[in-house]
Design a protein around this ligand. Structure first.
Ligand code: ACM
Length: 530
């Protein structure tokens, strides 16, 4: 067998290079495979300093929390993750009672509303933050620093070591979103909760629910009950569909909030409205309700812009939705209104955007809203491609220069329903194939020419469900792409590096296995598991 010896100088150069490009650069090489290097986390933390000795969670570890019900909830959340796999009691106790253990404290300065500091050493772990959200994100980091088997729901051997050192971390963007289309195929409350838990692991903080489309209306509206009972009665392919009662929607909102995600509900208008038009003949210009629709075409439906009842409808829907939505935003769609004449589109948006403001919410719209006059403070969700008409991009840039915020969801980067390659059994390919590197390797800060950096509010990865029926389908399209988009939303641009990212990504796979989350084994990622 031929021996290949690397010259010593080359070895040294390689080590220096590896240390300088690595976001975990401060972590010394460790021979101990049971300790995850500090910083081997997604999203990459802003600052990592490895030092001192690891902390070991043991049978008498306590989770000591500041005396606040919100902090206590974060402590209980952490305990719920750790107890089944460690088999330890891990009592959650007020921090005044003793030292050591895992401490969650409020009072950190200079890290913003979502930032946190994590200190780990022999005697304990302390996470400090200005707000409970920051503590929650610190807990997600702590979770990823523990062995993947911590995610199992039966007792595992451990040991439960956390590398020593300090992480200081805060997000690049305030809006770090994901969208689930529950209109093309309906997903139950439990399926949405599972999705929320998966998102929380990557510090996603906005859950955009696409609640209405041609194929289904998914939220009960008391003043227009047939929207849900009839308009929600089918889905793509003709299955039984479904809808959320208000109590169920509130449960989704509550659960999301317990994971520090805000729900952004979308009612897509004036196009993508066949389910509403089928439910109420008076919403149609000719007064005739079309049949329910179970195909996957787009652009054929429109609310009747010239009828006053259209605005009674919009007012009732937005009023009822705003009343059960504690978050800041209502998304009014506005994409692919190909059956709405342009003048009508402008008139419609002129009348509907003030309704959102009237009920105390901020407008989000797909970026075609830039062609109308976006309301003050509105966010435009850009979903174009490299090949999108430059004039359309310039319209978004002009609106952004005028004060609109921009959420970046370029379809050929962030659309989680795009196939990975030609062999992907699920998904669509109209925006091209989106492999894992393509989803990660771009910069939201300078993506759209002419959009000031300060106008970029964040990123969102939409998941459209024309081809997706089960939670396993969702998982396969979301993983492993979502962590990359989540990292673009959270991590400083200075940490961005595909070669080190893909190694951190590979290290997530055992965690997904432990959680029962299936994923696409992209050949671009150096997986270490079979
Ligand atoms: C969209 O993909 N029609 C927003």
């Amino acid at each position: 067998m031929r021996q290949h010896r690397t010259p010593r100088l080359l070895c040294t150069l390689l080590l220096v290079a590896a240390a300088s490009i690595s976001v975990v650069g401060a972590a010394p090489p460790t021979a101990d495979k049971t300790v995850t290097p500090l910083g081997q986390v997604i999203p990459a933390p802003a600052s990592v300093q490895a030092h001192g000795t690891p902390y070991r969670i043991s049978t008498d570890t306590r989770i000591r929390v500041e005396d606040s019900s919100e902090v206590r909830k974060v402590g209980e959340y952490l305990a719920d993750i750790l107890r089944p796999s460690t088999g330890y009691r891990l009592p959650v106790t007020p921090s005044a009672h003793g030292q050591g253990g895992i401490q969650l404290r409020l009072g950190a300065k200079g890290l913003g509303a979502e930032g946190y500091r994590l200190d780990s050493g022999r005697s304990g772990i302390t996470i400090t933050a200005a707000e409970p959200a920051g503590l929650f994100y610190g807990v997600q980091t702590l979770r990823q620093l523990l062995p993947a088997s911590v995610e199992e729901d039966s007792t595992q051997p451990g040991p439960w070591l956390v590398a020593g050192g300090t992480i200081e971390d805060s997000p690049r963007y305030a809006y770090r979103g994901v969208m689930l289309d529950v209109a093309r195929h309906f997903f139950t409350v439990d399926q949405v909760k599972r999705f929320i838990d998966e998102m929380a692991l990557y510090k996603v903080n906005e859950l955009h629910l696409h609640l209405s489309d041609d194929q289904g209306w998914r939220i009960a509206i008391d003043s227009w009950p047939q929207l849900a009972t009839y308009g929600g009665s089918t889905q793509v392919g003709g299955g039984q569909g479904g809808y959320y009662t208000k109590a169920q929607y509130k449960e989704i909102v509550r659960y999301a909030s317990s994971r520090h995600l805000e729900v952004v509900p979308e009612i897509d208008m004036p196009g993508h409205t066949n389910a509403a038009l089928a439910s109420y003949p008076e919403l149609n210009c000719d007064g005739v309700a079309p049949p329910l629709y179970t195909g996957t075409d787009v652009g054929f439906s429109s609310l009747c812009v010239s009828k006053d009842v259209t605005y009674d409808f919009a007012d009732d829907v937005i009023r009822e939705l705003a009343a059960i939505t504690p978050g800041e935003y209502i998304h009014i769609g506005g994409d692919e209104a190909h059956s709405t004449p342009h003048a009508d589109y402008l008139a419609f948006m002129e009348r509907v955007q003030p309704i959102v403001a009237k009920y105390g919410k901020t407008v989000v719209g797909w970026h075609q809203l830039a062609g109308a006059s976006p309301a003050p403070g509105a966010l435009l969700q850009y979903w174009g491609l490299d090949g999108t008409d430059p004039a359309e991009k310039e319209q978004v840039a002009a609106a952004a220069q005028d004060g609109a915020g921009v959420i970046l969801s370029p379809a050929d980067r962030t659309y989680l329903d795009m196939k990975y390659d030609k062999d992907t059994p699920l998904g669509q390919d109209w925006a091209g194939f989106v492999e894992v590197q393509r989803a990660y390797d771009w910069d939201p800060g300078n993506y759209l020419a002419g959009v000031p950096g300060s106008a970029v509010k964040g990123v969102e990865a939409p998941l459209w469900s024309e081809t997706l029926v089960t939670s396993a389908d969702i998982d396969y399209m979301v993983f492993p792409r979502l962590p990359g988009v989540a990292e673009l939303g959270w991590s400083p641009a200075s940490t961005h590096d595909w070669d080190t990212y893909k190694v951190r990504l590979a290290a997530q796979a055992p965690r997904w296995d432990a959680l029962g989350v299936g994923y696409y084994k992209s050949p671009q990622v150096p997986w270490t598991t079979e």
